[in-house]
Design a binder for this molecule. Sequence first.
Ligand code: MN
Length: 198
Amino acid sequence: MATSTRTGKKLAEYRAKRDFRRTPEPSGRERRKPPPAGGGRRFVVQRHRARRLHYDLRLEMDGVLVSWAVPKGPTLDPKTRRLAVRVEDHPLSYYDFEGVIPEGYGKGDVIVWDWGTWEPADGADPTEALQQGDLHFDLRGQKLKGRFVLVRRDKPDGQDDWLLLHKHDDDAEPGWDPEEHPESVKTGRTNDELQGVS
Ligand code: MN
């Protein structure tokens, strides 16, 4: 099928980095479908305590989760811009993944820090906006709400660096800190508690 071949090509980097005999992460070849998003495109933010703590923001687009690693995490504070490094696309089945990744790529623990749906702002074509490096979108999560912007920076070092920010709107909250809201929206557990039961 044309669609799955195209998705497979997008996931080649994701699969090349991982040994699925060792990691509990999904390969994207599972038959199981991620839980319904209640209509609309899914987004998830995972809190990932790898070698360095970061938050992974993933937006469902064209059959995959387009992904950015945000070292300091997303915020509702409209005065704060956060570095967001574009990373390889992830399979849709990563949407509800929580677990402990053993020795190897991404070693550390992952919880579903927030999830919900997203929509491109003003009816824009998100694939085109992504290519242009300027994506405006609304999140409807349990923690993250309102209008966000991802804008690509010039990148002399070859890294795919973007900035993530929240617009001034009714959902903006000055001083909002993701680390003050550390629990999983899927299980209520923290990264520490996940380690404890694994
Ligand atoms: Mn990560």
